[in-house]
Ligand binder design. Structure first.
Ligand code: CP
Length: 315
């Protein structure tokens, strides 16, 4: 595997899920695979889970992991081509990336969508430069359009908790005080569409996601109707894709509460975290026995380890 952005990069999902179960059961079985290998994890943005789970996955594989917080520990990096570098960014990605590539075997990059220029974000402009100029396999740790390590962990979690062959999975928009990227819902929709689940996406009008990720899923603007009979509820805020980066609604009636969960088939509640309590989800729901946000986060180590393992095996 040379890069990890999309569900197609992991190949058949049955095989990926079987490998995830194996990795989870025997996490240290591939310690020799990563011996004398190094992954550099580049963070342009904050993280708790992605940073720690990626480091843990690398350690499980016997790899060295180096973390670089761009703009914090390093020179500020210019990401746009053709600019006169007379501002506060003394180094360009064009030099920084091959230098980073010369120090490691794998690279992970977190570079959130800026939500100002849809073409720049949806062109995966920063991640594509890492792929082109590093000469090393590159993992998206949430980039302009996708968060594949999260979506893979979500799928592993659904596989572990499902009791039906084809569960109903509802992705619901929920309110948030700040404009957030579409990467998590994009990847969740893409991966669920590829999996054997009945995916329904619900959001206020104007929050339609890019059809390249959602095509095939049912869109339902009535949240209560969408929740009927659901087996899994996945809550997430995102800003508008069509009115790019804008907040079109702060309607608190979309906050996931016991009222909506009551019409589900005793659904499990999921969220990628971090989550704003009583904005995205009520305390009653996230603290209930049907909330699986912690095992979901724990599976971030498993998804990252499978991806790194595949990349090490293909070096
Ligand atoms: N879910 C997730 O990616 O969490 P972090 O932003 O803390 O890494």
């Amino acid at each position: 595997m040379k890069s990890f952005l999309h569900v197609s990069d992991i190949g058949p999902l049955d095989a990926a899920l079987a490998e995830a179960a194996q990795v989870k059961a025997t996490p240290f079985a591939w310690q020799n695979l990563g011996k004398n290998k190094t992954i550099i994890l580049i963070f342009f943005n904050s993280s708790l889970r992605t940073r720690l789970s990626s480091q843990k996955a690398a350690l499980n594989l016997g790899m060295n992991a180096i973390v670089l917080n761009v703009n914090g520990d390093s020179w500020k990096l210019e990401t746009e081509m053709g600019v006169v570098m007379d501002g506060d960014k003394p180094e360009h990605l064009r030099e920084a990336i091959p230098v980073i590539g010369s120090y490691c075997d794998l690279i992970g990059v977190r570079s959130f969508a800026g939500l100002k220029d849809r073409g720049f974000d949806y062109g995966e402009t920063i991640l594509r430069q890492f792929i082109e100029y590093s000469g090393k396999p590159v993992i998206s740790l949430e980039s302009g359009t996708v968060h594949p390590c999260q979506a893979f962990a979500d799928l592993i979690t659904i596989e572990e908790y499902r009791t039906k062959k084809r569960p109903k999975v509802v992705l619901t928009w929920a309110p948030h005080p700040r404009a957030l990227p579409q990467a998590v819902p994009n990847s969740f929709a893409e991966w669920m569409n590829a999996a054997d689940v009945d995916l329904v996406i619900t959001h206020p009008e104007g929050y339609e996601l890019d059809p390249q990720f959602t095509a095939g899923a049912r869109i339902e603007y009535d949240q209560m109707k969408a929740f009927e009979g659901a087996d899994f509820v996945y809550a997430k805020n995102w800003s508008s894709y069509t009115h790019y980066g804008q907040i079109l609604s702060t309607d608190r009636s979309w906050t996931v509460d016991t009222r909506q969960m009551a019409v589900t088939d005793n659904a499990y509640f999921m969220h990628c975290l971090p989550v704003r309590r009583n904005m995205i989800v009520s305390d009653a729901v996230i603290d209930s026995p049907r909330s699986i946000v912690i095992p979901e986060a724990a599976n971030r180590v498993v998804s990252a380890q499978v991806v790194m393992k595949r990349m090490l095996e293909s070096l």
